[in-house]
Structures are given as C-alpha cells and as structure tokens.
Ligand binder design. Structure first.
Ligand SMILES: Cc1cc2nc3c(=O)[nH]c(=O)nc-3n(C[C@H](O)[C@H](O)[C@H](O)COP(=O)(O)OP(=O)(O)OC[C@H]3O[C@@H](n4cnc5c(N)ncnc54)[C@H](O)[C@@H]3O)c2cc1C
Length: 450
C-alpha cells in the first residue's frame, strides 16, 4: 500500500495536515517555497507564519472560534499545542508570541521522523499520489494557474469582496420586514430595513466619513489590475459618488412597500438569507472596506440592525480561494479526483484557526486514504464539521464567499435554550464537545489553558 502523501505549503493548514498524517504513520513530503520565494505578506523563514495579527481570537466556548479551538485541542492539533506553548496574556483571547509559535511548529515538523521537508516552489499540481494543496490565500502565480486549469478557469477567485453577514436572531423584526421585491420569489428570502429621509441623511453622513481599513500595497495593485471597483464597488465608495447613488443602487426602496402604509420608504437596505436554516442574512450590495468597529457603528444605524451581531464583517482583500461548493467534499477532497485534497484559506474558510481546522480534516483524510481506511466526515453539530460542510455545500442565493467559524452554520439545536445568546451558544458547545469526546476520543486535551 502507498502509505505516503505530499503536502504543498507549510502554513497553518499545511503543517497541521502534515502532522496529522505523520502521526498516523504515513510518510509525508512537505514542500514549502520559503525562503527561496516569499509571498507579498510572508517575511520569515519559519513555518506557520502569522502574516498579520498575533491573536488567534477568543477562547471562550460561547464564541464559535473558541469552540473550534477546543475541538482542535481535543483532537490533538499541533497548531493548538504550539499556540498554548507560546501564549502571551490577552484576556479572553488566545494571543501568541509569533516567533515562539512558528519556531515550535517548525521544530516539531522538521524533527518528525515521518516528515521530509523540501524547500521548493511547486508550480503544478502533481498528477499522481495523494496530495494536499495548502498554499494559502497568496498562492504563488504558477501554482495558481495550475489550480485554475484544474477547476476549469472560473472556479478560482483572486479577490474577496464580501458584504457583512449578521445573526438573524439579533435583527429587530418589528422594524425589518420580510418581502421580496415586487412580491417575486419567496418572501422569507429577504428582510428589508426601511429608512425615513432623516434616518437616511444621518446614515449617509456617517458612511461617507467612516474610517476605512488601510489597504496593503498588493491589495491595491490587485484591485487596480482586476478593476474590481467596476463590478463590486465598496458601499462607502459608491456613497461618495453622490447623495442619491445608494437610493438608486443597493438601497433602492421601490417594489418594497411598507407593510403598515403600502408606501415606499425613502431608502431600504435589503438583507438576503444566507443559509437554508435562515440563521444568517447578508446585507445585499454592502461589500465594504470599513474597519470592523466602523461597520458595527455605521451599519448599526440601519433601522432593525441596532443590535445586530456580525457573523462575519465585510472585507475586500486579495484572497486566492476556490468556489468550493460542489467542487470539494466535506473531507476537503476534490469530487471525482481521488487523492487530491485542498486545505486552508484557499478552500474558502477564513482565519487562522479555520485554516488550521481544514488542514486537520484534509490531513487526517489524506492519511486515512493512504492507510486504506474509511474517511472521517465530521458532523454539522461540531464547528469543525459545520465549516467543512458549509465550504463544500455553500449557502443559498448569493455567490460563495469565504466563511469564518460561527454559530450560524452549525446544525440548529433540537430545543430552544432560554436565557439568551450566551446560553444558546454554550449549549452548542456542550453538544459539540460531547460528540468530539465520544466519537474521536480525548487524545490531547490541553493542559496549558491558564
Ligand atoms: C495579508 C493577510 C493578513 C491576514 N490576517 C489575518 C489575521 O490577522 N487573522 C486571521 O485569522 N487571518 C488572517 N488572514 C487570513 C488567513 O487566516 C491566513 O492567511 C492564514 O495564514 C491562512 O493559512 P493557510 O495555511 O491557508 O496559508 P498560509 O499560512 O499563507 O500558508 C501557505 C504557505 O504555502 C507556501 N506556498 C505558497 N505557494 C507555494 C508553492 N507554489 N509551493 C510551495 N509553497 C507555497 C507559502 O509560502 C506559505 O508558507 C490574513 C490573510 C492575509 C493574506
């Protein structure tokens, strides 16, 4: 039996995938292009380089990414082990000393008897053997071309321009009303937040003066190359074109009469259902480059969204990612191409820990395939499984956008939990961890959590 696999990219996902396979006795060849070549965001020679923040976000179990961390810790994740070993004080967040974090992982990988590291850029997807491609959101050009060919051209995106997604249960439905424009289609697909002229004026002023996130040089260049603003202009840029531009664009009120009066509002923000369960809604046409606190402040001025909880914020940045729904399976393998897996940010998960989780699932399944064992599909009741299912199945309606860990994608609870969101989220966490412990064993619980 062919008990070996190849992993491309020693980032968060690639290291986790390589480790999981090697720990199961599979020979791993890990290719990393650094230090011969660096992406525009990578600068150090070490593996699992954190390209931006040193925070891996919350560790609280009532937070979805906190739950995902705990699941990964229980499952024996190398990245989580390194994170706790290199932890620096950061309140309820897990922040790390980035050098110590990367050094820990680099040493573990380099010293593993089953892992061989080769510092080479891979320019084409290997046609033979079991392969995990984990080359990240800034995959080198040659490999991107090869992936593009594999997917038929249109299935690989190079830029992520996404509108925010909010938690349905945090929307005030006494203000926001269900209706699709001119009554076409299913009314439940859209929620509408109507504005008076006074509300629009205040919102407009706040939007055009709000703070934007700084653009990285390579994001700016790519935006110019792709003429991204032609197709999906950020809502704040559109607003700056003129007072009425939004009212004739994404905030068009026509065909959406107010339920009480039958009249059109002065302006209307539409939210479209993001998933079948109806737990998530996205703000249609609101792709944005505002900072996250400004998104909370300015979009919180939209009637009905005063207390909106954001599952994901709007972003506009360079991001090489696959149109994964229908292309990947929940094990992150390519449908119809046995032995080829993708992992990390390029599968359409978003964030350090989310990339790690897809690396875990892909690496584990690549190893199981090499060992001739059945694959492991994590259930939707767990955060690790919910992400894998979301990526491979997608939401509804709008085009596929990368997704971070959140409770909107997890399978709903059987019964309603009283006491508010915190208690509901804790119930999700309790259910998920029980499944992980029962089905997958308690291989590496974390001893260093304080
Ligand atoms: C600029 C930027 C900032 C980000 N900031 C954050 C943040 O603050 N918080 C957060 O949660 N997420 C952030 N992300 C998103 C994402 O979580 C990270 O990019 C994360 O590192 C993705 O993990 P990965 O393993 O998929 O890719 P990476 O960590 O990027 O690893 C990919 C590896 O593959 C190598 N590689 C690339 N092409 C080849 C090739 N052809 N052959 C061999 N090796 C190759 C690269 O050198 C790299 O080491 C950011 C992304 C970007 C681009």
């Amino acid at each position: 039996m062919n008990k070996k696999i190849t992993v491309i990219g020693a980032g968060l996902a690639g290291c986790e995938a390589a480790w999981q396979a090697a720990e199961r006795g599979v020979e791993v060849t890990l290719y990393e292009m650094k230090p011969k070549r660096f992406s525009p965001a990578h600068h150090s020679e070490g593996f699992a380089e954190l390209v931006c923040s040193n925070s891996l976000r919350s560790i609280q179990l009532s937070n979805a990414v906190g739950l995902l961390k705990e699941e990964l810790s229980l499952l024996g994740s190398l990245i989580m082990e390194a994170a706790y070993q290199s932890r620096v004080p950061a309140g309820a967040a897990l922040a790390v000393n980035r050098e110590a974090f990367s050094n820990y992982i680099t040493e573990k990988i380099r010293n593993h008897p089953k892992i061989t590291v080769i510092n080479e850029e891979i320019t084409e997807i290997p046609t033979e053997g079991i392969v995990v491609v984990a080359s990240g959101p800034l995959t080198s050009e040659a490999l991107s071309r090869s992936i593009s060919e594999l997917t038929g051209g249109d299935e690989l995106h190079f830029f992520d321009a996404a509108a925010p997604i909010v938690d349905f249960s945090s929307i005030n439905t006494e203000v926001a009303f269900f209706a699709s424009r001119y009554g076409k289609g299913d009314a439940e697909d859209y929620l509408n937040c109507p504005m008076t002229k006074e509300q629009y004026d205040a919102f407009y002023e706040a939007l055009i003066s709000a703070e934007c996130a700084p653009l990285k040089a390579f994001d700016r260049e790519l935006q110019e190359d792709l003429k991204v603003f032609e197709g999906c202009m950020p809502v704040e840029v559109m607003a700056k074109r003129g007072y009425d531009t939004l009212r004739f664009g994404p905030m068009k009120p026509v065909g959406l009469p107010l339920p009480e009066t039958g009249e059109d509002a002065y302006a209307t923000v539409q939210l479209r259902r993001e998933n079948r369960e109806g737990t998530m809604y996205n703000l249609v046409g609101f792709q944005t480059h505002l900072t996250f606190p400004e998104q909370r402040r300015v979009f919180g001025m939209i009637p009905g969204l005063e207390n909106a909880e954001f599952f994901r914020y709007g972003v506009m940045h360079r991001n090489t990612y696959l149109n994964s729904p229908g292309f990947l399976t929940p094990t992150y393998s390519v449908k119809g191409r046995e032995g080829l897996f993708f992992a990390g940010q390029m599968t359409g998960v978003e964030g350090y820990i989310e990339s790690t989780s897809s690396g875990f699932v892909a690496g584990l399944n690549a190893a199981l395939l090499a060992l001739g064992e059945p694959s492991a599909v994590f259930p939707k009741e767990t955060q690790i499984g919910a992400l894998a299912h979301y990526v491979s199945e997608g939401g509804i309606g709008s085009s596929f956008q990368p997704m971070n860990a959140n409770f909107g994608i997890i399978a709903p609870l059987d019964k309603k939990v009283k006491g508010g969101k915190k208690y509901r989220n804790e119930a999700y966490a309790e259910r998920s961890l029980a499944i992980i412990k029962e089905r997958y064993g308690n291989s590496h619980t974390n001893e260093n959590t304080d």
